[in-house]
Design a protein. Structure first.
Length: 99
């Protein structure tokens, strides 16, 4: 259940604002579509213990990069593209090869 933590935080946020979490409220507050079975499972757990804390954080897959890692990769790619563009522009300014 990959949405567990997010749904739990929605339940807690709704409760703090004085609302009783429900499937409809969770769906309306979610920033993206959530699977109904996940909502029901988390809501059931939350109703048993409204003070439940999410401790089972799913391990991050090795291919999931942090924002900083993604930015570093993008900067590197832009730098490479700029170098390639400069090479192409330099070659276009030279007369064609007459071998």
């Amino acid at each position: 259940m990959q949405h567990h933590h997010y749904i739990l935080s929605l339940c807690q946020s709704l409760a703090k604002s004085g609302k009783t979490p429900s499937v409809a409220l969770i769906k309306s507050q979610a920033s993206h579509p959530l699977p109904l079975p996940d909502i029901l499972a988390v809501l059931q757990k939350w109703r048993k213990d409204p003070n439940i804390v999410h401790t089972n954080a799913a391990p991050v897959a090795p291919n999931v990069l942090s924002a900083e890692q993604r930015l570093t990769r993008l900067e590197s790619r832009v730098e490479k593209m700029e170098k390639l563009l400069q090479q192409v522009l330099t070659e276009l300014k030279q007369p064609p090869y007459s071998g």
